[in-house]
Ligand binder design. Sequence first.
Ligand SMILES: [Ca+2]
Length: 191
Amino acid sequence: MASMTLDSPLSDVTVSMWVQTTDTKRSGTPLSYAAASVSTTDGQSTVVDNALTINDCSGVHIYVNNEPLVTEVQVADGQWHHLAFTWSSGNSGEWTLYKDGKKQSNGINLRPNDVIPGGGNLIIGQEQDTVGGGFSPIETFTGNITRYFSNSNITRLCSLDDDIPGKVVSWPDFLQGVRGKVNVLHNERPM
Ligand SMILES: [Ca+2]
C-alpha cells in the first residue's frame, strides 16, 4: 500500500487510475480515504472510515462518506482497465463511474450537499477502518495500479500519451508513503 494525507475538504472530486487484477474472490481495495469529521454543533470528532473508497474489482463498490454504492462494473479480468469516478456534492450528489473512458454507471443523490472531510489519509491498495489503520487482509488489493490521479478530464486521463498532473494529488505523491509488499515499477505502461 501507499499512503499520504490530504489537506482540503472535497465537495467535487474525480479519481482515476489504471488497475490490473485477477482477484474476483475478495473485496480488494484500489483506493481508500478515511478522515475525521468534526461536528459544527458540538465539536465532536467522528471517524468517517470510508469517506471515499473504491473496492471490489469484480463489481466496483464506491463509498462517499460511508454511503455505499454498488455497481456491476467489472475490471478483474487480468487486463489493464482505466477506472474513473466523479462526484459532485452541490450538483445533487451526482456521480459517474467510467471504465476505459466510457460511462458505465451513474446517478444522483449520493451524499448531496455533503463534504468529504479534509485532513485524512488517502491509501492506495488497502481499506481503512480507522484513519490510517484498521486494515484487513481480505480487503488488500492484489494486482497492479498505476497513474492514480485526481482531476477532471476523463478522456485526457484515459490517454496514456498525455502526462497531466492531478489537481489534488497525483501518482508521484504516493511514492514516499509506500509500505508492505509493494513493487514500484518505473516506466511501465498498461497494455
Ligand atoms: Ca472501512
